[in-house]
Design a protein around this ligand. Structure first.
Ligand code: PLP
Length: 421
């Protein structure tokens, strides 16, 4: 049996280059993180070989005695972590978790009400060509023009007008907390289910640094790889037994075949980590970093260059930079930061006049750097580099800024001891 480097040097080399890219630069895509080594070891294990359609103790295949234990441990750990009665840990991703919930609770043609993609919602919350927009009627709420915040009275008005069967609270790009109890009151008023998609902020909830949606929502979905810091994947949580049964059968056999038990093992390991004090400390640095970034950008003279922080700050792990009044657009800003070694993603801001492939915004997140060990003062240095890079005169030499990025990357070696495969 040959190893990867020996058998497939082409792929091994590309993996090695990606490791080097992650090591030498600063990952600031808000939906990304650096999974711990133990999580990656679980994911890269022989569990990938096992078919296990069904659920622990109720499988359609033999030989499930060990994966049954793995999956049950993952379920028990995530229930303990978030304080929910029931959990399904099989969704292959956040998108399939959402698809399964809609499949469980709705009929095609029913109406869903979610945050518009253009205001920070996710594709699965009702985007036109996503399954959610094709199978269901979609109504959307947005953010207020003056504050860029979700106005729950607006959500209530939309709910009364469209009478949705499901309201979705959650976002991919929004820097503030949501009022889950108000969302639930609106859902109850119109007879809708409330689903909270906490994909982005699940790690903050686990660390008790963000309000928990569990007691308010009928169903909560999440990814496991963003702030939660585990392997790529999804989960579904609920406190209602009747819904749990529907959700289990919507995931399997409704949406998926065999569960990815190697990923479920990695989820279990990540849930164990997320219940430890070191995880809380890391999430605190993640939040302090985002707050420092927002503060520094607001204080620096970027505003003079027409660069603003949406809502003037953040409550979470990301900052939204508004470039609508700037001479550079989202694409140019992303490219500039990339050139000095900082990876972010351009992102449409609400009421964005530029097309989606260009945009007038940046979404900058701190989870991956917090996982690497960055402290608040390191994040201040990162913020200064970002501000200087965005405001540098066109075509100027930014090699000094790139050196500052290298110094930060060198200060916190990523996966020390791991050799490129
Ligand atoms: N839900 C939200 C709020 C997200 O931001 C995302 C991913 O960006 C997803 C769901 C989908 O997750 P995945 O990419 O794992 O399908």
């Amino acid at each position: 049996d040959q190893g990867l480097a020996e058998y497939d040097p082409t792929i091994a080399e590309l993996i090695g280059k990606e490791l080097e890219r992650q090591r030498s630069g600063l990952e600031m895509i808000a939906s990304e993180n650096h999974a711990p080594l133990a999580v990656m070891q679980a994911q890269g294990s022989v569990l990938t070989n096992k078919y296990a359609e069904g659920y622990p103790g109720r499988r359609y295949y033999g030989g499930c005695e060990y994966v049954d234990q793995v999956e049950q441990i993952a379920i028990d750990r995530v229930r303990g972590l978030f304080g929910s009665e029931f959990a399904n840990v099989q969704p292959h991703s956040g998108a399939t978790a959402n698809a399964a919930v809609l499949h469980a609770l709705l009929k095609p043609g029913d109406t869903i009400l979610g945050l518009a993609l253009s205001a920070g919602g996710h594709l699965t919350h009702g985007m036109k060509i996503n399954f959610s927009g094709r199978l269901y009627k979609v109504a959307a709420y947005g953010v207020a023009r003056d504050s860029y915040r979700i106005d729950v009275e607006d959500v209530a008005r939309a709910a009364r007008q469209h009478r949705p069967s499901l309201i979705i609270a959650g976002w991919s790009s929004y820097p503030r907390w949501l009022d889950f109890s108000r969302f639930r009151a609106i859902a109850d008023e119109v007879g809708a289910y409330l689903m909270v998609d906490m994909a982005h902020f699940a790690g903050l909830v686990a660390a008790d640094l963000h309000p928990s949606p569990i007691a308010h929502a009928h169903v909560v979905t999440s990814t496991t790889h963003k702030t939660l810091g585990g392997p790529r994947g999804g989960i579904i949580l609920t406190n209602e037994q009747a819904l749990a049964k529907k959700i289990d059968s919507a995931v399997f056999p409704g949406q998926q075949g065999g569960p990815l038990e190697h990923v479920i093992a990695a989820k279990a390991t990540a849930f164990k980590m997320a219940s430890e004090p070191a995880f809380v400390e890391r999430q605190k640095r993640c939040l302090a970093g985002a707050a420092a970034l927002a503060r520094r950008l607001c204080e620096s003279d970027v505003a003079g260059a027409g660069i603003n922080v949406l809502t003037g700050g953040t409550d979470v792990h990301l900052v939204l930079v508004d470039l609508r009044s700037a001479t550079i657009d989202g694409q140019q800003a992303e490219d500039r930061l990339d050139a000095v070694g900082i990876t972010v993603n351009r992102n449409a801001v609400p009421f964005d006049p530029r097309p989606p492939m260009v945009t007038s915004g940046l979404r900058i997140g701190t989870p991956a750097l917090a996982a690497r060990g960055f402290t608040e003062s390191d994040f201040e240095e990162v913020a200064d580099v970002i501000a200087l890079t965005l405001t540098a005169p066109e075509g100027s030499d930014t090699s000094q800024l790139a050196s500052r990025v290298c110094a930060l990357a060198d200060k916190y070696p990523l996966y020390p001891g791991v050799a490129p495969s």
